[in-house]
Design a protein around this ligand. Structure first.
Ligand SMILES: NC(=O)c1ccc[n+]([C@@H]2O[C@H](COP(=O)([O-])OP(=O)(O)OC[C@H]3O[C@@H](n4cnc5c(N)ncnc54)[C@H](O)[C@@H]3O)[C@@H](O)[C@H]2O)c1
Ligand SMILES: O=P(O)(O)OC[C@H](O)CO
Length: 344
């Protein structure tokens, strides 16, 4: 199977590596020739995964046309802010009817769209060939061959199973899911909560605060997710609570690390510069509070994050506001048809 992976950051490199290990013919595309040359000739990517040895069969190019030539599967793995540009550049270069997959955990910054809604703008007839790769998967562990589970979510069973078969290995277990929206929202929105947990740790709070943020954060994610058509069981799965746990607890997480630096008193600019890679939670916070407001949904943690990130509120004051909210019930009612999704 010929696969083009567009984006040679941490996750693009790790996914391309896993696919090449699975005997796929993989070409990874990046803009930076230093990175493609390193991957192609030295089988390393020191900027993004300094400790990893990559498969010798993995090819790399800065020429998008070469990467996409005869590709049967195209996987977009750039930060969400770059997705529109890369989808636009790649569209005229696609041949045949490849599966269009993405592994991006964020929203289009201009329109607030999910990544498959963005893809649909450019490929309105290809919905059945869309697939989302989501779930708890830090690139640093995947590239080391440490056991990992992920989700392939697609509108059709055939597409989901094609990606499942492509990625499954002794160390990478892939589950399918028909709930594309839920998988995407879980992946994008958990980044907000990871920023919050990082802030709590940076402030010196304890495990109780961490558990509270993760649990009530998941409630917020499910609440807006249901309004947007996702199924609640997806949020109890790998792309929901699974990814929330890994991102809020792993030192690999760029969102968690950014939050921790904020809690320790760094400015957002300082924290982002120190982390130096894609931190999707910042834009996701902005989009989440817009979505919450337009759908009449309460997202107090996202609002508190927005105050800290964009309005200069000291993190400790934001926590005091959260703790001082009016009393509420814990559990909300969910309609039966919103519990799980299924293919026909
Ligand atoms: N790193 C992980 O462990 C991981 C795991 C799962 C999902 N993701 C998601 O994958 C996406 C990509 O993250 P990452 O970790 O690979 O980021 P990264 O910061 O490690 O790398 C981003 C890459 O995208 C490239 N890029 C940026 N703008 C571009 C543009 N306009 N055109 C072409 N290339 C561009 C950069 O040069 C870089 O190579 C994010 O949405 C992230 O949430 C990451
Ligand atoms: O490093 P983060 O915070 O972008 O998280 C990476 C992945 O989403 C974890 O599954």
């Amino acid at each position: 199977m010929r696969v083009a992976v567009l984006g040679a950051g941490s996750w693009g490199t790790a996914l391309a590596s896993a696919l090449a290990e699975n005997r796929c013919e993989v070409t990874i595309w990046a803009r930076d020739a230093r990175i493609t040359q390193q991957i192609q000739s030295e089988h390393i990517n020191t900027r993004y995964l300094p400790n990893a040895k990559l498969p010798a069969s993995l090819r790399a190019t800065t020429d998008l046309k070469t990467a996409l030539m005869d590709a049967e599967v195209v996987i977009y793995v750039v930060p969400s802010a770059a997705m529109r540009e890369v989808v636009e550049l790649s569209r005229p270069l696609l041949s045949g009817a490849p599966i269009l997959c993405h592994a991006v955990k964020g929203f289009d910054p201009t329109t607030g769209s999910t990544m498959t809604d963005l893809l649909l703008e450019y490929h309105p007839d290809a919905r059945d060939r869309f697939c989302v790769i989501a779930g708890p998967s830090h690139a640093e562990e995947v590239v080391e061959g440490l056991p990992t589970t992920i989700v392939a979510a697609a509108y059709t069973r055939a597409t989901a199973e094609a990606i499942q078969d492509l990625l499954m290995s002794k160390v990478l277990r892939v589950y399918t899911n028909p709930d594309v929206k839920g998988a995407e929202l879980g992946g994008a929105l958990k980044n907000i909560i990871a920023l919050g947990v990082g802030i709590a740790d940076g402030l010196g709070f304890g495990d109780n605060a961490k558990a509270a943020l993760m649990t009530r954060g998941l409630t917020e994610i499910a609440r807006i997710g249901l309004k947007l058509g996702a199924s609640v069981l997806t949020f109890a799965g790998l792309s929901g609570v699974g990814d929330l746990i890994v991102t809020c607890t792993s030192l690999h997480s760029r969102n968690y690390r950014t939050g921790k630096l904020l809690g320790q008193g760094k400015s957002l600019e300082e924290a982002l510069a120190e982390v130096g890679m894609a931190v999707e939670g910042v834009n996701a916070t902005r989009i989440a509070i817009q979505l919450a407001s337009s759908h009449g949904v309460e997202m107090p943690i996202a609002n508190a994050l927005s105050d800290v990130l964009f309005h200069g509120k000291p993190p400790r004051a934001a926590v005091e506001d959260l703790m001082g909210r009016a009393r509420v019930h814990e559990i909300e009612e969910v309609a039966r048809d919103q519990i799980s999704a299924s293919w026909n």
